[in-house]
Design a protein around this ligand. Structure first.
Ligand code: SF4
Ligand code: SF4
Length: 583
């Protein structure tokens, strides 16, 4: 069939065609849509997990059971699953097992820019780097075959541009024929990594690496493309497409399997060329592999080690390397748009909590999720955001440090279940006195509204069991547990105020559905009675994008206002009211 598909859809189709029958993952941009597409295939059992480590091990278990399986995550998710990856590299697999990791060069939606190729080398598992959607589909199929043949997990590394760019593709929606599920194998020496077995598995791994090294020099996905110019470019992933567009007549070594590195092909490639450069996003991974193999090349001398590439950046690097004349042409002319800093949605139930925390002048440790936006002015109420679950553990550390500051940790429901629960248990057993607020909108909102364990429905929108956060927190033994509705501003304020002034560990569960999920919640919009507005700007401090300001008066953009009433609750003169009273 002929269809416009994204890289993420292509990865799902590739898995289906390869007869995968189990998939798990934790949402994270730019990887989230892979499972959203996978759920459309009846033959694949698919679910979101509480975190990437859990997802990884579920898929590994399915592989050992004899079913081709895969797991999806973003690059920082692999940090969470790293423990499992390092050992799965030793155990190997039964049926094919693929780890799909989407990196985010440029940090469009991430806290760092780590390069998964370094992880592949560290864990000693093969990594495939597709350049576009068509390759993503093919590489996914290849990854399952490799995994089985070489008894190893295989990483397929995407990047934001590969995952999200759409292109026309021709493909067959049927499964590749001939694949039979395998039998469950009980093999203690392989799957029980006590030292004696692990020592033996490490030797097997080294034997496997030697075979994979040979494969890397023979596989057609590491290929030389002859050009007419006497210059060479070694590249991988989306960088290949940028370079090819700018310099179609250069010689290319296009790398699809980047660990183990195809050093013999590289030697062959550079032999008759005057000058060879490396073009790769993020880390100088290829450059270092070449230099370690005795091949002198330049790369990061011309191209940045941070940020996402585009045609302008690659053209500039090629010009610096004297591979082409820098033309004045700009591929990315961005019009002079007004600045649009990221903000919480109009009516977001997190906003009242941040307004209250700001007014209390407490130190707030935040986490990964929409609520990170509480750090931005005018709410300015989050003081740390490091990684998933870190709000509670860092709040613990701050509280233990006995500073002259009241400490509050803020975390979402999905993140709490991801890695927030364990540090809360630590805080309880170690008697740490501070306040944790779980902002419970019962969804993983920032990545597009995927269900989590509090949602009550699964990835296919079918009803399922749900975790009751209040019972869960009480079951730890914590006694000071409160449930509030953030839209009830006064009660929420009173409870937060009371708890930050109490010398005990307490948890406030602030519950209100996300305004965007499962469907946008919109009440009657509010408006400002101009005569009553005294120009105090208190309503502007809640940072709602639906509130504007003109001629010394606040006003509300009716189409954007969800009618949450927060601005009305903070206005000292009751100038903000519901509905059309001014008409
Ligand atoms: S809080 Fe009320 S009085 Fe103050 S600027 Fe806003 S609308 Fe006007
Ligand atoms: S009621 Fe006020 S705070 Fe709520 S969405 Fe409308 S303008 Fe924004």
């Amino acid at each position: 069939m002929r269809k416009i598909i994204s890289g993420n859809e292509a990865l799902a189709i590739g898995a289906y065609r390869a007869s995968a029958s189990f998939a798990s993952g934790y949402p994270g941009t730019p990887s989230s849509e892979i499972l959203e597409h996978t759920k459309t295939f009846e033959d694949i059992k698919v679910q979101w997990a509480s975190n990437e480590k859990s997802a990884f091990e579920q898929a590994l278990g399915a592989s050992i059971a004899g079913r081709r399986s895969f797991v999806t995550m973003k690059h920082v998710g692999l940090n969470v699953a790293a423990d499992s990856l390092m050992s799965a590299s030793y155990t190997g697999v039964n049926a094919g097992f693929v780890v799909v990791v989407a990196d985010d060069p440029g940090m469009h939606s991430s806290q760092n820019e780590q390069d998964t190729r370094l992880f592949a080398k560290f864990a000693q598992v093969p990594i495939l780097e597709p350049s576009d959607a068509k390759e993503a589909m093919g590489f996914m199929q290849y990854a399952f075959a490799l995994s089985e043949e070489y008894d190893t997990p295989v990483i397929v590394r995407s990047t934001t541009r590969v995952s999200h760019t759409q292109e026309m593709a021709y493909f067959d929606m049927h499964k590749l024929g001939g694949y039979e599920n395998k039998l469950l194998v009980k093999d203690i020496s392989k799957y029980v990594l006590v030292p004696k077995n692990a020592i033996a598995r490490h030797k097997k791994l080294l034997e496997r690496n030697a075979k994979l090294q040979k494969l890397s020099n023979e596989t057609p996905i590491n290929r030389i493309e002859q050009g007419t110019l006497n210059i060479g470019i070694i590249t991988s992933g989306v960088s290949y497409l940028y370079a090819k567009e700018l310099l179609p007549n250069a010689n290319y070594l296009k790398i699809g399997l980047s660990w183990p590195f195809p050093i013999e092909i590289a030697r062959e490639f550079v032999k008759n060329l005057d000058k060879v450069i490396v073009i790769e996003e993020l880390e100088p991974y290829i450059e270092e592999q070449l230099k370690a193999g005795g091949i002198y090349v330049e790369g990061k001398k011309f191209f940045p080690q941070d940020g996402e590439f585009n045609l302008d950046i690659v053209e500039e690097g090629l010009a610096k390397a004297s591979f082409l004349e820098k033309t004045p042409k700009k591929y990315f002319e961005v019009p002079d748009l007004p600045a649009r800093p990221p903000v919480l949605c109009p009516g977001c139930p997190h906003r009242p909590v941040f307004d209250i925390l700001h007014s209390l002048r407490v130190y707030v440790t935040g986490d990964i999720g929409c609520y990170t936006l509480g750090a931005a002015a005018p709410l300015s109420s989050i003081h740390t955001t490091v990684c998933m679950g870190a709000s509670i553990s860092m709040g613990y550390g701050l509280a233990k440090a006995s500073l002259n500051h009241k400490v509050v940790s803020v975390i979402g429901d999905s993140t709490f279940l991801h890695t927030g629960l364990q540090p809360l248990i630590d805080a309880y057993v170690n008697n740490v006195a501070y306040t944790v607020i779980i902002l419970d909108n019962s969804i993983t909102a920032m990545t597009g509204g995927q269900p989590d364990a509090t949602s009550g429905f699964n990835i296919k929108n079918e009803p399922t069991h749900k975790v009751d956060l209040e019972n869960l927190v009480r079951s730890i033994g914590i006694e000071r547990v409160f449930k509030v509705d953030q839209y009830d501003y006064q009660t929420t304020k009173e409870i937060i105020e009371q708890e930050v002034n109490t010398k005990e560990l307490s948890v406030i569960i602030a519950t209100r559905p996300c305004v965007l999920a499962p469907k946008k919640i919109k009440e009657i919009p509010y408006l400002v009675i101009a005569d009553k507005c005294i120009d105090c700007k208190r309503c502007l401090r809640v940072g709602c994008p639906a509130i504007g300001y003109k001629d010394n008066k606040a006003y509300i953009i009716e189409d954007s206002c969800t009618g949450c009433a927060l601005c009305a609750k903070v206005c000292p003169t009751n100038a903000i009211v519901k509905g059309d009273v001014n008409e």
